[in-house]
Every structure is written in C-alpha cells, then in structure tokens.
Design a binder for this molecule. Structure first.
Ligand SMILES: [Zn+2]
Ligand SMILES: [Zn+2]
Length: 308
C-alpha cells in the first residue's frame, strides 16, 4: 500500500466509529450543562463559548429586561439554553418582577448577588417566593473584597445560613462564590477570598451539603475551581460524597472557550485563571477527580433533576 493510501485508510478508520455513535460526543465523554453562564449581549458570543468548550447546554443568568434576548437565543439554538432571572432584592417590586420572570419561562432565581445579609428580610422574602413558585435560587456569598471598596455580598453565610436552610425547607438553595467554597475547610475565618493549602475536614459547606437536602453547590468560577484544587484527597471524597448535590458551572467570561479575552472579569484575586477558560479548567479537574458516573451526574444529570 502506498503511503498516501495508507494514511487515507487510517483516517477513515478513525473517523467512522465516531460518526457511527448515537450520542454526539465531545472531548469530555459526556454531554455538559453549564449552570452558571452570564448572558452575553451578542447571540453569537454565547454560542462561541459553548462550542469552544464543548458544552451542550447552558443556563443563562440574566437580569430583568432580558426576555427578548433570551427568546432570540433560544430560537437560534433550540434546546441549548435555559435561564434564571435576577432582580434587585432591595426594590419593593422584587417579588412581582421575579414572579413575572418565572411566568415568562425562567426556571430559577439568579444570580442573586446583592449587598445584603444572607438571612436578612430582603432575601428571606425571595427564599419564600422560590419555594412558592418551586424554582431554585442561586446565591453569591462573599465576605472579602476583591478590590478596595467592592463590598460584600449575602453576608454572614458561615454563621447564619444554616438557620435559613432550616427555616425554608421547601426552597432549593444553590450556593456559589468565595464564602461558600472557602467554608469547605473548617479553619476558614474570612481571611482571604480564595484560601489555599490542605482542607481541614468538617467545614460548614461540606457538613450542610450532607445534612440539608435543600442545599446544592454551584462549582463555577475561581472559587469553585480553587476549592477543588487545594487537596486532591479531599476533592475525590467530596465529589463522591455529594455526587447528587454538585452542579457544574463556569461563570467564565472568556471569549472562545479556550481562555481568549478575559476569563474572570479582571478580578485581581483570581489571577490564577488569567488566560485560561474556567469552564475548561473545571471540567478537566472534575474529570480527573471523579468516576465517569459521578462526572456525568455533576456535569449533566443533577441540574436536569433540579430544574424539573
Ligand atoms: Zn457570582
Ligand atoms: Zn471560558
């Protein structure tokens, strides 16, 4: 056989089994659903990120007024986008606006990122509304500024949030961001946004995920990736232990799914993600750290179950 014919045969053999498979396959070996994807103004920019990473579906995090954009995107790429809606919880019409969003097709509240207490009255009424409308609520918890005067978000997580979990048993909470993930370790006291080093067992986030059926975890952003990068032994056991409660998300702002543009919105505290795609980094980390069955639950199955 001539060299050229040989190469053609090899190429054909490599391609045929791939095409013959029923499920469209990607480099992750599983379809992927990104819980935490902020809606981008240009429709094509949204799809560029999904396709660049190999993500099947994404849950758009939007603010009030984005309905037309969401509908246009859903029409352009049928089956690839669900959405959550957020609205300023300090405004008197918050409940009315969020209720309307669910009537319009939103499947959850989020990202809820506001300068209020996690157990304060502004968020409490939205927790109650989420239970009433049977939609999950995604909350950004952060106690340490990333830059001077940024302020903090949904504060008091480690000390007060268990009382919220108990008081709102019918609300499905999805925890996200710095304070949520730093508290996988029992020795965390709001020293740094993204603590490093081995995890001290018994942190509140780990404990509450085990004890409260209404708490789920969004693995997005540098916060989730950093927490799962500290201590491989802890990570493997954590993924196994909470395999039904963990949800893959990216919160990536890179342009192409390969780290182009800006990946963590220029957050100086998250410099470890500069030039990288957070989605790609976290999918790789999860794939290395979990069994194929657990990986598929975290990146695909669990979120579908929660959105039903
Ligand atoms: Zn956030
Ligand atoms: Zn990316």
């Amino acid at each position: 056989m001539k060299r050229r014919e040989f190469l053609q045969t090899v190429t054909a053999a490599a391609v045929v089994p791939k095409l013959a498979r029923q499920e469209p396959t990607n480099e992750w070996g599983s379809p992927v659903f990104d819980l935490h994807f902020h809606l981008r103004p240009q429709p094509a920019a949204n799809l560029a990120h999904l396709d660049g990473v190999g993500i099947t579906k994404a849950n758009l995090l939007t603010r009030a007024g984005a309905l037309d954009q969401v509908k246009a995107l859903q029409a352009a790429a049928p089956g690839r986008f669900t959405w959550f809606s957020s609205y300023d919880v300090t405004k008197p019409d918050a409940e009315a606006v969020l209720t309307q969003a669910v009537k319009d097709g939103a499947q959850g509240f989020g990202e809820m990122k506001f300068h209020v207490a996690a157990d304060g009255p502004e968020l409490r009424r939205v927790y109650a509304l989420a239970a009433e409308l049977r939609v999950p609520i995604l909350i950004h918890f952060q106690e340490v500024d990333h830059f001077p005067n940024e302020g903090t978000w949904a504060t008091g997580y480690a000390t007060t949030f268990e009382s919220v979990l108990k008081a709102h048993p019918k609300t499905n909470f999805i925890g996200h961001a710095d304070a949520f993930w730093a508290n996988v370790s029992a020795d965390y006291h709001n020293e740094a946004a993204y603590p490093t080093g081995p995890v001290k067992r018994g942190g509140v986030t780990d404990r509450w995920l085990a004890e409260h059926p209404n708490l789920f975890a969004d693995m997005a952003a540098n916060s989730g990736n950093n927490a799962m990068s500290r201590d491989p032994e802890f990570t493997a056991a954590f993924l196994e232990r909470h395999q039904d409660k963990l949800l893959f998300g990216s919160d990536c702002s890179c342009s192409d799914g390969r780290g182009g543009g800006v990946s963590q919105s220029n957050n100086p505290a998250a410099a470890r993600m500069a030039g990288k795609c957070v989605a790609r980094e976290t999918l790789g980390l999860l794939k290395r750290s979990a069994s194929p069955e657990v990986f598929q639950k975290i990146v695909w199955g669990n979120l579908h179950r929660l959105l039903r």
